[in-house]
Write a protein that binds this ligand. Structure first.
Ligand code: IMP
Ligand code: MG
Length: 175
């Protein structure tokens, strides 16, 4: 187990500023809506969702689901599947999916078609990070924090085999 702290890719301060801006933009875009229903994709998005939800100035509610891919975490062998479902129905609601990172886009693709089939009033996605070089699907991210290169990152909710989730910045672990 490596003891060197992951190399900083995105600082805590840069994340704070970006999340604040995303919150202001989303609040403006949904200003006319009665309630925005945030859906956090477990587990990686829990810290981002906590900060983003507090950066919003509009009425909002929160629910969670969990996805897993059929392959192992690193080698992807197929599409993602739902492993924990939402608590409440999303029919007629304005839904914003909150993701930690969009990599190949397979998880988001599967998730968005599943949620679309449940008849929300609107359905968009906000992701903290995106690795465009790895994209294999059309998966559209409506609100994005940062584009990053094709490197494995940790921190601010993201893990490397459960390590580093609580790191306050986005970093690159030494392997
Ligand atoms: P996708 O289906 O290939 O887009 O993978 C998305 C999921 O893979 C994310 O929600 C993360 O859980 C995980 N993931 C992808 N890249 C990273 C990374 O660099 N660090 C940590 N988790 C990652
Ligand atoms: Mg995720």
């Amino acid at each position: 187990m490596s003891r060197t702290a992951p190399e900083v890719l995105i600082t805590e301060e840069a994340i704070r500023r970006r999340v604040g801006r995303l919150g202001r933009r989303i609040s403006k875009d949904y200003a006319q809506v009665e309630n925005l229903h945030l859906i956090g994709v477990l587990r990686g998005s829990f810290i981002f969702l906590a900060d983003l939800s507090r950066a919003l100035t509009i009425p909002r509610s929160v629910d969670f689901l969990a996805m897993a891919s059929y392959g192992t975490d690193v080698v992807r062998k197929g599409p993602a599947r739902l492993v924990t479902d939402l608590r409440s129905d999303i029919r007629g609601k304005h839904v914003l999916v909150v993701e930690d990172i969009v990599d190949t886009g397979e998880t988001l693709d599967c998730l968005m078609s599943l949620l679309a089939s449940r008849g929300p009033a609107s359905l968009k996605c906000c992701a903290l990070l995106s690795k465009p070089a790895r994209r294999k699907t059309e998966a559209r991210v409506d609100y994005l924090g940062f584009e990053i290169p094709d490197v494995w990152v940790v921190g601010y909710g993201l893990d490397d085999e459960e390590r580093y989730r609580a790191l306050p910045y986005i970093g690159i672990p030494s392997r």
